[in-house]
Design a binder for this molecule. Structure first.
Ligand code: KG4
Ligand code: ZN
Length: 356
């Protein structure tokens, strides 16, 4: 028989949608008790990108050690102290999602806990509510807010008027911002993942006057990054006869200069559209989330614009912008309290959407 629902606020959360095996224990959607991430980045660096089968097998290999470490870090000695098990159901790679979902079902069954499905994107937004273990308390983001989610698979802007309520303001019509960073990283011969590598290369640029075109998409909130990638390929090919993808080795000065100009173009569009959306909706906060929100140029530019408008900006520290379990624990708390429950037939939803 299922025990009476507990309302301790403690959520054990599992994230395995892409290439991080991540578990966390989070209290009341905010305070992190444990947050353990086993990254597969170095594994995928060998192939220059993620091979889904390799990712799924790595999740299998690391899921239990990460669970053990999470339980130890949080000092969890009584599973009855938990309110629920939350897990990413999508979007993401089917084989990777299944590993996390299977562990979640097993733990929910063993410890008689509710199983709560969470949308990965929602997790990226809810990272803005998180507090690290020793961090001083601070107010949560105010509603209504505008959130920009920029990750390897997705790029979109939403308005939230309350918890769990999303209105889509715009999204990418082709590549995600992180995908553009990763593809341009490959063109420039930088290691995977391209985002952090481009940020590092851009910081070395001495010439900062190159300008790539921006796709403003009229007044819409939508984004497009594939033209920018083509512009980078053309510029590099014009100068040295090909890209790193074609086996041409690029001079470091050119790599730095192009990395800077590419980053500048992406950041300009993302930051400007986010600020415009905040203004148009009367937002009381701007939230950034997703792996690309770890980018210091983007953080700096949005901070400048938000400051100019007098709107508080909430950006998680870089380690909470990239995939982690704590963000699923934060969103999972609100989902759990809203009554979201999955049965043991819960399946991966690789193309799950947040809002339309
Ligand atoms: O959110 P995330 O960890 O995984 C997905 O849900 O996709 O995002 C990964 C993406 C990758 O494309 C990576 O290149 C990008 O985030 N990224 C960055 C930075 N750190 C990670 N992009 C730009 N600058 C960074 N510092
Ligand atoms: Zn993500």
């Amino acid at each position: 028989m299922r025990a009476m629902a507990k309302r301790s606020g403690l959520i054990l959360a599992i994230e395995s949608s892409c290439d991080e095996t991540a578990l966390a224990i989070v209290d009341s959607g905010r305070r992190i008790h444990a947050n353990v991430v086993a990254s597969q980045a170095s594994l995928h660096a060998v192939t220059g990108g993620i091979v889904p089968e390799v990712a799924a097998r790595a999740h299998l290999r690391w899921m239990l050690p990460v669970l053990e470490r999470t339980v130890a870090d949080a000092g969890l000695d009584d599973w009855a102290a938990l309110e629920a098990v939350a897990v990413t159901e999508g979007p993401g790679l089917a084989g990777s999602l299944i590993v996390g979902i299977t562990l979640a079902k097993t733990l929910a069954f063993l410890h008689d806990l509710p199983l709560v499905p969470v949308n990965h994107h929602e997790g990226h937004i809810y990272a803005a509510w998180l507090l690290d273990p020793g961090e001083a308390d601070r107010d949560p983001p105010s509603f209504p807010l505008v959130a920009l989610v920029v990750s390897g698979g997705h790029t979109f802007l939403v308005e939230m008027r309350d918890h769990l309520e999303y209105r889509l303001l715009g999204q990418t019509v082709d590549d995600a911002a992180g995908e553009a960073f990763d593809k341009v990283g490959r063109l420039l011969g930088l290691p995977y993942p391209g985002g952090p590598a481009i940020q590092r290369a851009a910081a070395e640029a001495t010439a900062r006057d190159r300008r790539f075109p921006r796709a403003w998409m009229g007044e819409r909130g939508d984004f497009s990054f594939s033209g920018l990638k083509t512009a980078v390929r053309r510029a590099v090919t014009d100068e040295v006869g090909g890209t790193a993808d074609d086996g041409v080795s690029l001079p470091p000065g050119l790599v730095a200069e192009v990395a800077w100009a590419f980053q500048d173009a992406v950041v300009d569009v993302l930051a400007t559209k986010t600020a415009r959306a905040a203004e148009a909706t009367g937002a009381r906060a701007i939230v950034l989330g997703g792996g690309v929100a770890a980018n210091s140029a983007l953080r700096g530019r949005v901070a400048e614009l938000a400051d100019g408008m007098g709107v508080p900006l909430v950006v998680p520290r870089p380690g909470l912008c990239t995939d982690n379990g704590a963000m699923i624990g934060a969103a999972g708390f609100h989902r759990a309290r809203a009554g979201a429950r999955a049965g043991f037939d819960l399946d991966a939803r690789p193309s799950l959407k947040l809002a339309s």
